[in-house]
Design a protein around this ligand. Sequence first.
Ligand SMILES: Cc1cc2nc3c(=O)[nH]c(=O)nc-3n(C[C@H](O)[C@H](O)[C@H](O)COP(=O)(O)OP(=O)(O)OC[C@H]3O[C@@H](n4cnc5c(N)ncnc54)[C@H](O)[C@@H]3O)c2cc1C
Length: 402
Amino acid sequence: MADKKQEILKELYPEDIYQYSSKLTLGEAEVLQHTRQIIEKELRPVINEYWEKAQFPFEAFYKLADAGIMNNPKLFVGREGETKPSQIYNTFLYYELARFDASIATFYTVHGGLGYNTILIGGNERQIAEFAPKVANFEWQTCFALTEPDHGSDIAGGLATSAKRDGDNWILNGEKRWIGGADTADIVPVFARDVDDGKIKCFIVRKGAEGYHAEPIPRKVALRPVQNGHITMENVVVPESDRLEHINGFKDVAKILVNTRTDVAHIAMGITGGAYVAAVKYVKEREQFGKKVAAYQITQEKLARMLANVTSVIGFSTRLAELMEEGQYEMVNASLAKMNNSLLMRETVALAREVVGGNGITLDTDVSRFFADAEAIYTYEGTHDINALIVGREITGIGSFV
Ligand SMILES: Cc1cc2nc3c(=O)[nH]c(=O)nc-3n(C[C@H](O)[C@H](O)[C@H](O)COP(=O)(O)OP(=O)(O)OC[C@H]3O[C@@H](n4cnc5c(N)ncnc54)[C@H](O)[C@@H]3O)c2cc1C
């Protein structure tokens, strides 16, 4: 059985030369293998077209549900009664998706990471029972509405969207910006400040709610298929029964963010791996001065640096997954991984673009997508600076955000 698992993993991730993926179970490896088959059959043929026309390939994406990426019973062997698959599987699921395409991984993290974790962490039993299964099997699309036009990095203290209790209802007013999938989501968890006690709470706004409007942000040069919405809310009514009961302040929001910051570290890991694999493929095919570009020492030095980066980011992510599985993790762990993986991702996509030459700026080699998309990952889920400040506070004991 171990041989079968190793065979699958060698085929899926030949670049994982330190074999971090061997921590996956056979069942988890099989789900990832099935995911790869769906990606190659359904998504690869259309991804560049959708990137160029800035539309999301919903039909092809939802084929991923056939692999049961969030709830395949193979993921719960030995984890009976758990609501989520293992952290190591989660790490390699993000690796698998982002190694193919950052927009697909980002759309998934908004839905299956940010949105889903908000329901699991914030919801009461009834709310989890109503929302979680539909989100897990992709029947309902969800997202995560926290950032605002005037408050990005300083959202914890600055959040301005208001919620006013009115009998059995709440009235929401305000704006949100950059919210992935906001225009198509069936349920939108919106974070707003209760005008009476000043605390941040979370409200499920359902599709079609009066006064809710989401306009996709146009002319993006990264993650073009993902529609990031600018939301306006004017007297949107949400019943008390749709307020997530366990979110009562930013400390509860932080519990969600620590999970998704980890997921984004894994996305950076996937982009790093994907850019490396695409670059190796190209230089082995391309000839200049009568030899493969791969045959030149300067190219090989760059490939070696890229592989070192790939190995480093997989190491960061898998160790973080182990710590999370053991319940031993803090925001600083997630911030360190997101910061490190994003830095190495940025260097790797630049090296990949370099060795691919002119074709590295067309969509034909995959490298240009990774290169452009890396910039968005560098910024969302805590910019490089903000994550560095979280790590810096841990090192020095001095918070220097303001
Ligand atoms: C593609 C994309 C998808 C996103 N998806 C979502 C989503 O689904 N839901 C959601 O809620 N949000 C989402 N966001 C928002 C994202 O989390 C914010 O963009 C991020 O928090 C940064 O905020 P900002 O863009 O307003 O930058 P700002 O906060 O305005 O920062 C601008 C610059 O100033 C720096 N800076 C700020 N404060 C400090 C400081 N104290 N010290 C040093 N430097 C500082 C920053 O590092 C940055 O370089 C998304 C963003 C992008 C780009």
